[in-house]
Design a protein around this ligand. Structure first.
Ligand SMILES: O=P(O)(O)OC[C@H]1O[C@H](OP(=O)(O)OP(=O)(O)O)[C@H](O)[C@@H]1O
Ligand SMILES: NC(=O)CC[C@H](N)C(=O)O
Ligand code: SF4
Ligand SMILES: [Mg+2]
Length: 500
């Protein structure tokens, strides 16, 4: 995922960056970074949460009326602080950049950078490839009078050479603030504006929730292939401004984005309630008769309430979340994910004892959360536990900025629904149907178009066989024994159905 923000206004922007980034903490917990520019770049980054990385001492040094920030969830390269974003360079062109997404043809781009621009990447973070390609293209322009056309040309060449998902924000030193998206617009990026007596402040962010905190008006989505540049006179320039979203990540609606964000005109919370409501058909067909519907906090809530409403069964919050534990899914090791899940949720015995409980979560990815939940609900006395996922089975890796690049880790890529039910020790597992999901989000149904690749194996960037292998090798090199462990643990532990 990763959370990105960028601000440009008449005064120092560091406070806006910190507040904006904090609202995006759910998108990345590994590292955080901020770069600002006055006459020079000022950069601070570190591993951990935004609150831990930025103390008043560091914030004081981040001077400038233009700046960008990043909350990292690692999908390429290691977790080393050196690889945290933003990246800043003074050559071939002075700029600083952040991105959300994943470059899939990174080996080819690295080679090309060397051959075409004589630049060698210093790290294994894919951001460097986008940054140096763009900076090298700018360098080839007329340096004395860099025009907006030059900037948009450099964006276009970068978009032609770099494949994958990348929503980016860039400070072009001495020129202005630029945002551009990949040609398919896979990751979210929005633009906002706040008027002040000293002039407008412009902002770009992964999600609109940032603007609510900061009093910005939403202006627009930065859609597929679009670029927006705010020059030093605060004049806004658009390239390709009217194209509609074509392959937006549907999982943003299901899980990644915050409930209070509006994405492509759709409030995330409302879409999740709808996902819950349409699950009613499959729940009724399955013949189960739950006494209550409960959610898996945090992101299962809206779907659970929608389902409860649609089937006329009471909803209760019966799992309490420890607010000091973050998201488990974006922890980078299986041991770490299990540890978070263990400490995160606790059942309210009095609510579930003796009950047939339908527990709704947004998704089952590796099965870490669902397995633990079923177990603790049974220990708390639940009579039957039905596990319901508001996403369809995840059967293919994501190569666009989500750390699920290994098929071996995806439980539904390797096991049938019955086997999964046995593995998580539930009485029933029910998944959203892909057709129902498409009903809400597909282009054929007039919804603009989404990426469904992790549910279908059809990747919007075309044949990705070669890239998938490169990405998997890359991830493998950072994980040591992890994937093999995940696979054996599923097969070894998948038990026979238990009597209850
Ligand atoms: O099958 P798994 O591999 O366990 O992954 C799926 C779980 O991970 C996510 O929760 P997470 O703890 O990341 O965050 P949340 O608090 O936002 O729900 C998601 O909401 C599911 O609960
Ligand atoms: N999830 C993301 O957007 C990650 C961005 C980038 N690939 C990194 O690892 O830093
Ligand atoms: S593969 Fe899945 S998670 Fe990845 S961008 Fe597509 S819909 Fe989103
Ligand atoms: Mg969850």
């Amino acid at each position: 995922m990763c959370g990105i923000v960028g601000f440009y206004g008449p005064d120092d922007v560091v406070q806006d960056i910190v507040i904006g980034l904090t609202a995006l903490q759910h998108r990345g917990q590994d590292a955080a970074g901020i770069a600002t520019f006055d006459d020079n770049f000022h950069l601070h980054k570190g591993n951990g949460l935004i609150n831990d990385v930025f103390k008043p001492k560091q914030l004081k040094k981040l001077k400038g009326n233009i700046g960008i920030g990043h909350a990292r969830y690692t999908t390429q390269g290691s977790n080393d602080t050196e690889l945290a974003q933003p990246f800043t360079t003074s050559y071939p062109f002075g700029l600083s950049m952040v991105h959300n997404g994943n470059v899939i043809n990174f080996r080819q781009v690295a080679k090309l950078m060397h051959q075409k621009y004589h630049v060698l990447p210093k790290t294994s973070n894919d951001l460097e490839l986008i940054m140096y390609t763009f900076a090298s293209e700018l360098r080839l322009k007329n340096l004395d009078a860099l025009s907006v056309v030059d900037i948009f040309d450099a964006v276009e060449t970068t978009q032609e050479l770099v494949k994958g998902a990348y929503a980016t924000i860039t400070i072009i030193a001495g020129h202005g603030l630029l945002a551009f998206n990949d040609p398919l617009g896979i990751r979210p990026l929005v633009m906002g504006r706040r008027d002040t007596p000293r002039g407008p402040v412009y902002a770009f962010a992964s999600e609109s929730t940032c603007f609510d905190y900061l009093g910005f008006d939403f202006i627009k989505n930065v859609g597929p292939g679009q670029a927006i540049f705010i020059d030093s006179d605060f004049k806004v320039h658009y390239k390709n401004p009217y194209q509609q979203p074509k392959n937006f990540c549907v999982f943003e609606h299901i899980y990644f984005a915050r409930e209070d964000s509006t994405i492509h005109g759709r409030l995330v919370a409302r879409e999740r309630v709808r996902l819950g409501k349409i699950l009613a058909r499959k729940v009724i067909e399955s013949g189960i008769q739950p006494d209550m519907v409960i959610d898996v906090p945090s992101s299962g809530y809206f779907a659970a309430s929608g389902l409860a409403e649609a089937i006329g069964v009471p909803y209760r919050r019966a799992l309490v979340k420890n607010n000091h534990m973050g998201r488990s899914f974006i922890v980078s090791s299986q041991a770490g994910r299990e540890d978070v899940v263990k400490k995160k949720l606790n059942p309210i015995r009095e609510f579930v004892e003796g009950k047939k409980v339908a527990v709704v979560d947004d998704s089952i990815v590796r099965g870490t959360t669902s397995r633990r939940i079923v177990r603790i609900l049974r220990e708390a006395g639940a009579k039957e536990v039905y596990f319901i996922s508001s996403a369809p089975p995840i059967v293919s890796p994501c190569i666009y900025g989500i750390d699920m690049a290994m098929s071996t880790e995806l439980i539904a890529a390797n096991y049938t629904e019955e086997e999964i039910c046995r593995y998580i020790e539930a009485d029933k597992v029910i998944y959203q149907s892909l057709d129902d999901l498409k009903e809400l989000f597909s282009e054929e149904k007039g919804h603009g178009g989404s990426c469904f690749a992790c549910f279908t194996g059809n990747y919007p960037t075309g044949d990705v066989t070669k890239y998938l292998r490169h990405i998997q090798e890359e991830r493998q090199s950072h994980r040591k024994k992890e994937p093999a462990e995940a696979l054996t643990s599923v097969s070894a532990k998948a038990p026979e159905p238990t009597e209850h």
